[in-house]
Ligand binder design. Sequence first.
Ligand code: SAM
Length: 325
Amino acid sequence: MNPLDALARDPVIGSYLHELTERVEARSQSIFFRNQKGMVLARALERLPDVQPSSIDADRDCIRIGAPGDIDGNQTTSLHEVLCALKPWRKGPFEIFGIRIDSEWNSSIKWNRLAGHLGSLAGKRILDIGSSCGYYMFRLAVKQPALILGIEPYPNFYFQFLALARYLAFPQVHCLPLKLEEMPAMQRCFDMVMCMGILYHRRSPLDTLLQIHGRMVPGGQLVLETLVMEGDNEMALFPEKRYAKMNNIFFIPTVACLTHWLTRSGFEDIQCLDISRTTSQEQRKTDWIDTESLADFLDPGDPQKTVEGYPAPVRAMLLATARRR
Ligand SMILES: C[S@@+](CC[C@H](N)C(=O)[O-])C[C@H]1O[C@@H](n2cnc3c(N)ncnc32)[C@H](O)[C@@H]1O
């Protein structure tokens, strides 16, 4: 089903349908299908085996779709080709009719840091910013929320979601190919917002937190996961050019600094659930990416540092509540 048709039926999100439709169309026609990339990926999806999986299981570390016996040899070849065309697979893992997608990130590790802290999600509306292939949305879907909306502007990840959703057909899970800054204001629409792996990519993290706050119902829950600096001071690192070979990293705060950003952006009850150094168990090169990975981003002589000499990646997972205004 067209996600916009499904969103139209939601009594809260539906009132933004006109703006959402305009922005999705603008993106599809201009940027999203630039260089025909979107068209090529859309055509690849047409070659997905047209079968219903004998069963699905999104409530496990490796999300499983069907069993090897559900499809024949030709269909397995065709499925493998489509999945390869959708590389790089950053988030996962998945097992799709017996084909294991060993993604660059073992996303179950991040999920397991969070899952035990989530209360009931029944009936809630959730926004996942930068949802990638939808791994976390599928894990959340098992908890019976009313609606999960992902936004993911990068074509490969958006089409990965479409490929997976072809079989993981949760009626309440949708993804739009939008950037956060392209979304309508959608005031007070979401009971929970997932902002994971996003904030350090933002030039203005406080404005991002304010934009998120505006979209949340008062009392709603923010899941914030981001790179942090270790230590108790109230500082943020601002790398000169690159951090771990990435040229789109701006502010990396301590947890104390991040807590101040959250407080000053309208959040309260801020809890830091976890602080973990990123290890090669969580992020590493696999056959499903063609790029470098963590080991290449660290100083070979001192893995406590990035190749630029900054502290190696450490991530924090926080929960915060949107204050009533
Ligand atoms: C580091 S990944 C994090 C993915 C996932 N949320 C996680 O924590 O594993 C950042 C994601 O945000 C997407 N993204 C990039 N720019 C964005 C923007 N302006 N608005 C929303 N998402 C964006 C990327 O394509 C990518 O999928």
